[in-house]
Design a protein around this ligand. Structure first.
Ligand code: DQA
Length: 146
């Protein structure tokens, strides 16, 4: 089995289930984690699933991933649209990155249309709800060298 894939979640994603259900649905982050663990098992991948509300902690985890992970799936939450620090950390890390969003950020407010993460990601999955995480795992699986 390759080194684990870090599945990193940014601010307010701990509130999934009750947060704006019209936008994000009613699935909790714990349910998404369970589905990710099950799907990763089918792909013969190990995952390390984490959430934080703190930008610097995401930077620390990305730096950790560059040492011990085979790739990164990241939903940076609102930091997607603001964080040069995440951009720089992901770029420096040199690991394959897949960006995921529950909602279709391009169908929402204009301030969500720009991502600092997309230029340093292999690709972006946006708008498929929790299923997007499973699509992201399939994408990262293909990007990890044998
Ligand atoms: C999000 C989209 C972001 O614009 C927002 O700030 C989030 C969640 C999503 O998964 O759709 O917190 O990343």
């Amino acid at each position: 089995m390759p080194a684990p894939v870090f599945v990193l979640n940014g601010p307010n994603l701990n509130l999934l289930g009750t947060r704006e259900p019209g936008v994000y649905g009613t699935t909790t982050l714990a349910m998404i984690e369970n589905d990710c663990v099950a799907h990763a098992g089918k792909l013969k991948l190990a995952i390390d699933f984490r959430q934080t509300n703190h930008e610097g902690e995401l930077v620390d985890w990305i730096q950790e991933a560059s040492r011990v992970a085979s790739g990164i799936v990241i939903n940076p939450g609102a930091y997607t649209h603001t964080s040069v620090a995440l951009h720089d950390a992901l770029k420096a890390g040199g690991k394959p990155v897949v960006e995921v969003h529950l909602s279709n950020i391009f169908a929402r407010e204009p301030f969500r249309h720009h991502s600092y993460v997309s230029p340093v990601a292999a690709g972006i999955i946006s708008g498929f709800g929790p299923h997007g995480y499973l699509l992201a795992l399939e994408a990262i699986h293909r990007l990890i060298p044998e």
